[in-house]
Design a protein around this ligand. Structure first.
Ligand SMILES: Nc1ncnc2c1ncn2[C@@H]1O[C@H](COP(=O)(O)OP(=O)(O)OP(=O)(O)O)[C@@H](O)[C@H]1O
Ligand SMILES: [Mg+2]
Length: 242
């Protein structure tokens, strides 16, 4: 199996707060890995280090053969390989859905308008929003806006996608439609690393689940580990952490 993401013994502190204390894991091509853990355990920080939104203090990160911990890393190249989607959608309100998606295709990838539009149409179909190309973000539900954000990321053809609690701001019905899009992506073979509080989803869809506790990978396993936690910390998290 080939690893798309290799995280090796990374450490990260914010001032005196030692947030990541030697975190290691790999994501292989086509895998979907779910990261769970209590608030403050370092899940978002780990994800952000992979896309170099944060720098690590120690340890190595490799994404598609790019050494992310190298101070001279080519961020332009890295960001072409990695798509990241957050809880907030960050769509431009004055642009239509289609224009939001075309923006980076035009200005980062320098594609001609027609080709950018064709890609936008395709990715909107993929997330079930083929009819919404001409809408403005405020005319869409939260779940639809989040699907646009996913489509925008997808349009750049990333080799791996990172999702940080993308459904946390949504009510249950809208959560379902976003999870379905992610499940489809996984079924299509997209390599994905997602931080989530959706335990049932993680259990059903993820190839592996990483449980983080106090800045460490505390437990790793398949969905079964949620039924039979080995550590008291994971048991306590599953009992009351949600
Ligand atoms: N930019 C920052 N500056 C200072 N401290 C930070 C920064 N980002 C994160 N932290 C701290 O690092 C710790 C881990 O935060 P992180 O956001 O990674 O946790 P998390 O597991 O994603 O939690 P949550 O489930 O609440 O999203 C927290 O103590 C947080 O306050
Ligand atoms: Mg977080």
């Amino acid at each position: 199996m080939s690893a798309i993401v290799k995280v090796d013994e990374i450490h990260k502190s914010f001032g005196a707060n030692h947030v990541l204390k030697g975190v290691s894991f790999e994501v292989n091509k086509g895998e979907m890995i779910a990261v769970i853990g209590a608030s403050g355990s370092g899940k978002s920080t780990a994800l952000r280090c992979i896309d170099r939104l944060e720098t690590v203090d120690q340890g190595q990160i490799e994404v598609c053969g790019i050494r992310v911990d190298d101070p001279k890393v080519d961020l332009h190249l890295l960001r072409r390989e990695v798509g990241i989607v957050f809880q907030s959608y960050n769509l431009f309100p004055h642009l239509t859905v289609e224009e939001n998606i075309m923006l980076a295709l035009r200005h980062v990838k320098k594609l001609p308008r027609d080709e950018a539009r064709r890609i936008a149409t395709n990715v909107l179909e993929q997330v079930g929003l083929g009819q919404k190309a001409e809408s403005y973000p405020e005319q869409l539900s939260g779940g639809q806006q989040q699907r646009v954000a996913i489509a925008r990321s997808l349009a750049m053809s990333p080799k791996v996608m990172l999702f940080d609690e993308v459904t946390s701001a949504l009510d249950p019905q809208l959560t379902g439609e976003v999870l379905r899009v992610m499940e489809d992506l996984a079924a299509d073979g997209m390599t994905m690393l997602l931080v989530t509080h959706e335990m049932a989803f993680a259990k059903r869809v993820a190839d592996r689940i990483i449980y983080m506790h106090h800045g460490k990978v505390w437990e790793v396993g398949d969905g079964g580990m949620l039924d039979a936690p080995r550590t008291p910390e994971l048991r306590a998290f599953l009992d009351n952490g949600l």
